[in-house]
Design a protein around this ligand. Sequence first.
Ligand code: PEP
Length: 253
Amino acid sequence: MRKQIAAANWKMNLTLQQAEQLLDNVISRPYNLTGHQQVVFAVPFPYLAMAQEKVKHLQHIFVAAQNCYSKKSGAYTGEVSVEMLQSLGIEFVVIGHSERREYFAESNKFLADKLDICLEYRITPIFCCGEPLNIREAGTQNEYVAKQLEDSLFHLDEEALQKIVIAYEPIWAIGTGKTATSAQAQEIQAYLRSVLASKYGSQVAENISILYGGSVKASNAKELFSQPDVDGGLVGGASLIADEFAAIINALK
Ligand code: PEP
């Protein structure tokens, strides 16, 4: 079975003390995680070392950065390289979150470069895609998201593609309390898998985890994750509440 993942995206929230408390609270609970289930905490850069120290001996729990730069090193003041992340033992990085695309004008091509450097340093990118409200209202979400995949992923070969996790996050559902219905999530995620299959073959497409993100919470996680093409979630707001995120972890199939 492909990996089922509960990924927390803390965004720009929490002090160091609050972050430590939340992480301790969530990871100290008993979970019955099996080999195909993973939990990932995407934490702010200053907390990566702290979080990595806490999870490094835990089998199914990992830390992610929320971003990285597309260059190896050099005069890029304020940026963080994948080599730095690798040196901390970080194994995942979120790439192309809609907030990065919107507020920092990150293009599909720029994200393609970030994916390449992550893969070069053996860090798993969690590649975010998803349509804004006007595209959903026009009914052209499939074409819109397929183009994001084509522009950022389709230069990869089969082996590289299978090292990527995709997170489908309709922008109208992020932080709004509006969740896509499980049928809407299933429909577009099955479509995205078919887009991958048309380029790479169905065997490759079947191996790729596609997470859903957009107001996932304890009360809707089980229903969303039960869909055949929903392989867990990328969770913002609810990941800041220990009981909520623990319940989301327990909802993984
Ligand atoms: C996110 O940050 O990727 C996200 C989906 O946020 P929220 O769960 O708050 O909608």
